[in-house]
Design a protein around this ligand. Sequence first.
Ligand SMILES: Nc1ncnc2c1ncn2[C@@H]1O[C@H](COP(=O)(O)OP(=O)(O)OP(=O)(O)O)[C@@H](O)[C@H]1O
Ligand SMILES: [Mg+2]
Length: 271
Amino acid sequence: MRTIAVVAQKGGQGKTTSVVNIAACLAGQGRRVLVLDCDTQANATYVLLRGESPRRPAMAEVLSGDASADDAIVPTTFKGVDLIAAEPSLADVNVSLAGEVGRERRLRSAMADMGREYDVCLLDTGPTRSLLTTNVLNFAAEVVVPISPGVFGVLGLTQLQADMGAVRKFLENKALTLAGVFLVMMERTTVCRDFERGIRDQLGGLVLETTVPRIVAFEEANARQRSIFDHAPKSPGAVAFKALTREVMSRGHGKEKRDARRNLPIDDAAA
Ligand SMILES: Nc1ncnc2c1ncn2[C@@H]1O[C@H](COP(=O)(O)OP(=O)(O)OP(=O)(O)O)[C@@H](O)[C@H]1O
Ligand SMILES: [Mg+2]
C-alpha cells in the first residue's frame, strides 16, 4: 500500500482539494483508496460524505486507542474511496493525547494492525504543526506539498522539511520522503510565471511538471461535494489532476516496498 500525505504548513494551499481529487482519480482507475482525514476542520470528510455527519468511531477514537482502524473505516459517496473521518472531537485529541504514552505513534500503530487492503492511502492534514500532523509524518512514506504562488507557502515548506527531519531522527519513520512539490492555483500572470520559474530554479526536480490552474470549478465542485471529474470532467482542472495523479504515482514507483499485510515499511515489518 502506498501511503501519501498531502502536507503544507500554510492554510488554504489546496491540500484537501488535492486529496479529494487524487483519490477520485485513482478510484476511477480501479484502485482501492483509503483517505485518512487528519485535519480537525474535517473538510475532506465533508466532501467525501457529501455533508453527512460521520458516524463514530472515527479518527479521534483511532488515535486515542478506543477503536481500531478497521472499525472506523466507512465507505464514502466517491465510488472506490473509503474514509476514516474527522469530526469535531478530533480537535480535542491534540490536547488529550499530549501526556499519553506513544502519542506520536498512534496512527502508525493503528494502521499496522489494519486488516483491510488498499492500494493507496491518502492523508489530509491541517495547516499547522500539531500532534496530529506529527502522527501523519510518522506513518506516511511519502509527502507531497501543494504550493500556491506566494512567499508564505515557501516558508511553510522550509518548516515542514525541518519537521520531517526531526521525525526521521527521533521517531520510527526513517524512510519518510518528500516526494514532490506541486504548484496549484496558478494563473496566467507574470507574477505566477515568475514564481514558477523561481521555485523550479530553487527546488529543481522536486517540483512536479504538472501545475493546477486556478479555476472556479474547484470551488464549485467542493461546494457540491463532488470531484472535479464529476463536476467538470472536461475542465483544465480535471486534465491537471489526471496528470498530477499520474506523476505522483510514478514518483514513488519502486522506491518503496511495503509489506501489504502489515501496512508497514519492510524494515519495520521485519523487526
Ligand atoms: N485550483 C484551484 N482553483 C480555484 N480554487 C481552488 C483551487 N484549489 C482549491 N481551491 C479553493 O481554495 C480554497 C482552499 O483550498 P483547500 O481547502 O483545498 O486548501 P487546504 O490547504 O486544504 O486548506 P486548509 O489549510 O484550510 O486545510 C477552497 O475554497 C477551495 O475550494
Ligand atoms: Mg484542508
